[in-house]
Design a protein. Sequence first.
Length: 394
Amino acid sequence: MKQQVFSYVWPGQVHLGFGAARMTMAEAARLAGRRSPRLFVLVDPGVRAVGLLDQLDLNSDQIVIFDQIVANPDVTSVDLAAAAFRASEAEVIVGVGGGSALDTAKAVRQLAGGPPEASIADYFLALGQRARPMPHPRDLPPMIAVPTTAGTGSEVTPWGVITQTETHFKSGIGGPELLPNVALIDPALTLSLPRFLTAATGMDALSHCVEAYVSTHNQPALDPLLLRAIRLIGQNLPLAVEQPDNREARANMLEASMLGGIGISSNWLGACHSLAHPLSSLAQVHHGHACALMLPHQMRYSLSHAVERYADIANALEPTGAGQATPAARAERAPELVHHLNLALGLPTRLREAGVGAELLTPLSQAAIRDLNWMTNPCPLDQTGMLQLYNAAY
């Protein structure tokens, strides 16, 4: 039997459930080793505007709030946030919001552990051997992640995605050292999430689970977790969209999002995310919606290379169909189910409906092939394949 080493990146301390956000000060004190540490709170301005910070029960005398988070955080905004953190003399970083806020918080943490002259662009994973080395863990300030969407799973991943300001190219940052020390996953913070964001972020979570499950870097122990997450999303995302105050649906979606984050931390992603990232940076399509647009097409393209796994996905999304057809037929059903889920959520399913012009398709494909997430796709792609998928979605 061939021996193989499986590598897993598991989350740190996780608290999941209604009321978890109120543990922020207690967890910060534990991490800092003293009763009243100073906190640097990075928060999405929209999240702050609707009063969600009130649910964290923060000590107002011991916090510095930074709310200049931008969608698709770029190098300029991250470097600015890192400078503000250094000036704050805070001891613990707290990220509150969706993926943009949590990715910014991780990037600030990375910069805080390195030399003051560094830019987050120096740490881009796309630089390969030319990237600045990750700071030593002892130099990284502790971080608490508090998600307000059920989508990215960023609260339990060691990665962030940052946009190069000049070129609009997205690159990953991070590594195991950047895994948040604590994740406070509170469904109460998602109850006020608008319909579109509930749908789009939920589809982001689904894309994580699907891509991680069929990844060529698959870690077997994660299989049941990912299938559970896919099943939870299929059953609960439509409910969360139609019944925003459905507490059970909101809680199940956050569990699924968390499981997807655990999955991509170890299994990585696939071509859907390579296709989605340029749609956000070049065409200003919301990331979750970009994933929703491209996922059925990426799945069809890859079916023949992971038939049994796509059949498993179909069975998780449609349990009543399990065992009623061949694995090949069930696999072909999987992208149909994802497409029908998009329709049920009211999401536009064509690039042109999302405001993407035909003239952008070639530049998008050029950017997509540079995004290395496709390297763990079930089947390989080149730029021609990327363009073919954009045309199919157009």
